[in-house]
Design a binder for this molecule. Structure first.
Ligand code: FAD
Length: 435
């Protein structure tokens, strides 16, 4: 007889506390088997030294350690999701599978396929909102249509917020429901084709002191004025509810950034063409991008001759992080000064950012390119020199990443700002003047 169980399938929610799907799984009648799959469909696309795989690995090790204390163990597969569930259905008699929503196209297709696969064995897939405060159509205009501009969305978001939406799921009380079994080992990183990367990841918490000065420091890349929690939010090693609760009353500005995160997830969920890589404003797909590969390479390598742009790209290449202000400047430079398709930059960031998240990255890139959700038209072209004057006046950020600026080795600017600006406005204008 196969053991009768329910399953909790972890994906981008790598924690045992305040986890919606886990809570619902543990409240059920049957013992709960925790599972995770290193999805070969995704892993095969990543370079061996990808730091995010090490991050996920460490998070799973931590969860495994906690599960051991309750006599349970996570089963970690290196397979396709279909492969994992085929193996699980052979081993167990599965009644219900619990998991949290994921709004990306690959995930939507994956979950639909798994739902069908489970159905054939009379098992039911249950999914929950977990990674955002409000999802899909929970915050919409009065006529029921989605917001496409942030400010009115955020107003409605705040008006709808009650304690209920921020309260934690008390999973801890039900840990005895975990299926009791001998410890499982994780497949080694090497066996999956990855290297163990020596890196210390950002702390999993935000200090009150940071929240207190956040509004004054968040825009200055030369100081540590932001939380660096992006990677934890991406993989769910912290709960968005706990974080939003902490921000509430302490920093309205920080809470606002979390609302931006909800906003871009809502856009992804509501607009299918964004999930498949088209411009949010589809007329922008008519822009004749120059797409010069040599220029793209200079941008990637931080060799544009604009110190603030180069500092940002070098910070990204070295650490996997780039300050938000500088993300905006580098993205504007690529799309406007060099007239390179925002998707090239989006893909480069996707490869390098530790906190890479399709919704926020796509949203950020389209905002910079003018094709996305922004009340302002495409006329905004960031002037890297003026941005430096405003946000890195003492050049502390630039000096850190572009030390040769003091010597003679530094390249001349690859475009003249005023000429590039004019070229961008002409090019955009020709395509968009009738819109
Ligand atoms: P903090 O300032 O401490 O903010 C706290 C959290 O709020 C962040 O971790 C993030 O989850 C959320 N947040 C903050 N700003 C934004 C924003 N504008 N949009 C959505 N969420 C936000 N953010 C990502 O999480 N992943 C990405 O891949 C990503 N790509 C971007 C690409 C471009 C071109 C731009 C302009 C922005 C991008 N952002 C992305 C948004 C933002 O730059 C990062 O969230 C932020 O810099 C992460 O640093 P932090 O954790 O210290 O942020």
């Amino acid at each position: 007889m196969k053991p009768e169980v329910n399953i909790i399938w972890f994906r981008r929610d790598l924690r045992l506390t305040d986890n919606a799907a886990l809570y619902h799984a543990l409240k059920g009648e049957l013992p709960v088997v925790p599972v995770f799959v290193f999805d070969t469909n995704i892993l095969n696309e990543l370079p061996a030294e990808d730091k995010r795989v090490t991050f996920i690995y460490q998070a799973l090790e931590e969860m495994q350690q906690q599960l051991l204390e309750f006599g349970s163990s996570m089963e970690v597969y290196y397979d396709t999701p279909e492969g994992m569930f085929t193996a699980l259905l052979t081993k167990y008699s599965v009644a219900h599978v619990f998991t949290n929503h994921d709004y990306e196209q690959y995930a939507i297709d994956r979950d639909a396929a798994i739902k069908e696969l489970l159905k054939k064995q009379n098992a039911i897939l249950h999914t929950y909102k977990d990674q955002v405060i409000f999802e899909r159509s929970e915050v919409v205009k009065d006529d029921g249509t989605p917001y496409t501009v942030f400010t009115p969305y955020s107003r409605k978001w705040k008006a709808k917020l009650t304690e209920f939406y921020l309260s934690s799921y008390p999973s801890k009380k039900y840990y005895k429901q975990f299926y009791q079994q001998n410890p499982y080992g994780l497949p080694s990183l090497e066996s999956m084709g990855f290297e163990q990367v020596e890196i210390s990841f950002p702390a999993k918490q935000v200090k009150n002191a940071l929240l207190e000065h956040y509004k004054d420091t968040r825009d200055f890349p030369g100081v540590k004025g932001t939380s660096h929690l992006g990677i934890h939010l991406r993989f769910g090693t912290i709960s968005i509810r706990e974080l939003a609760r902490k921000a509430q009353g302490k920093s309205e500005v920080f809470l606002n950034e979390l609302i931006w995160r909800d906003f871009y997830h809502m856009i992804l969920a509501q607009f299918a063409h964004v999930r498949t890589g088209e411009s949010f404003r589809q007329e922008y797909d008519r822009i004749p991008w120059r797409n010069n590969e040599k220029e793209f390479e200079r941008w990637c390598n931080g060799q544009t001759g604009y110190p603030i742009v180069d500092a940002g790209m070098r910070e990204l290449n070295t650490t996997g992080f780039m300050h938000n202000r500088v993300r905006m400047i580098t993205a504007s430079f690529l799309t406007k000064h060099l007239l390179i398709d925002w998707r090239w930059g989006e893909a480069y960031f996707a490869e390098k950012l530790l906190d890479y998240d399709y919704a926020a990255n796509n949203g950020g890139w389209q905002w910079a390119a003018g094709s996305g959700c922004d009340a302002a038209p495409y006329f905004r072209v960031f002037n890297p020199t003026l941005q430096t004057e405003r946000f890195d006046k003492d050049r502390s950020y630039i000096k850190k990443w572009v030390p040769e600026l003091e010597g003679f080795e530094y390249p001349a600017p690859m475009v003249v700002h005023e000429d590039a600006r004019k070229r961008a406005l002409d090019t955009y204008g020709r395509v968009l003047k009738n819109n």
